[in-house]
Design a protein around this ligand. Structure first.
Ligand code: 13P
Length: 256
């Protein structure tokens, strides 16, 4: 099956809505239609930039998709500080990152909460980007497979086969995030194959074939091609390198 490549820029807690306009325009000038034929390109800015970028993207007909970095699972109610899937849909958000290791480590996001978020994102018609990954000590004690499959199984519990096919999975080894130390393409490819097999075991072979699996963790213009050459890696979840339009454009255009 042909899975279209997917490159997501996760801006994390960076850039104001004014800076977001400049970065998005500059990125747009550096890309051409062929880039979007090859890959879906997603910008996942802070919540405060979403409305601004929605307007910009619509006005200038930019083929970027918007992503959100977080969501609450309830539709509305007394949840101070939270944002619902329905609110994100109205901003034309297409993708929502869930289970990012920073949220797991700093905000107590356990597998059950990841699962609830996945369900609410899917119910609203958006695509969850389910992040999984092991810490350095888990890797050193040989627990990588167990950790990532447990996280993925937890996130995909009680979904239909179609829903399991519709998610995006991102393998982000915790030790590679923001450290400049990336997984080898071979190692990442093997873990992504394992994740695909896990989706297939839960949702059937068609879901396993269809699901898009990304690598994330210190992706840059110099290493992206190695990851993209792997059969089971369909794209990248890019942090630091997505903040600079020149660098992010070079990641997206790695094939040039
Ligand atoms: P870096 O690319 O900065 O390592 O961040 C990866 C990441 O966490 C993307 O979600």
């Amino acid at each position: 099956m042909d899975r279209k490549s997917l490159i997501i820029g996760n801006w994390k807690m960076n850039l104001t809505h004014l800076e977001a306009i400049a970065v998005t325009q500059r990125l747009w000038y550096r890309l051409n239609p062929a880039d979007f034929d090859r890959a879906d390109v997603v910008i996942a800015p802070p919540f405060t930039c979403l409305r601004t970028l929605q307007t910009l993207i619509l006005a200038d007909r930019m083929p970027f998709a918007l992503g959100a970095q977080h969501v609450h699972w309830e539709q509305d109610g007394a949840f101070t500080g939270e944002v619902s899937a329905g609110m994100l849909v109205k901003l034309d958000v297409g993708y929502v990152i869930v289970g990012h290791s920073e949220r797991r480590a700093m905000f107590g996001e356990a597998d059950e909460l990841v699962r609830k978020r996945v369900r609410s994102v899917l119910s609203a018609g958006m695509t969850p980007v389910v992040c999984v990954g092991e810490t350095v000590s888990q890797r050193e004690s040989g627990e990588t497979e167990m950790v990532v499959t447990t996280q993925l199984r937890g996130a995909l519990r009680r979904l239909t086969a179609q829903q399991r096919a519709d998610v995006v999975v991102a393998y982000e080894p915790v030790w590679a995030i923001g450290t400049g130390r990336h997984a080898s393409a071979d190692d990442a490819g093997e873990v992504c194959e394992l994740l695909r097999n896990t989706v297939a075991a839960m949702g059937g072979p068609d879901a396993g074939e269809a699901v898009r699996i990304l690598y994330g963790g210190s992706v840059n213009p110099g290493n992206i091609a190695g990851f993209m050459a792997k059969t089971h890696i369909d794209g990248a979840l890019v942090g630091g390198a997505s903040l600079d339009p020149d660098t992010f454009a070079a990641v997206i255009r790695y094939w040039m």
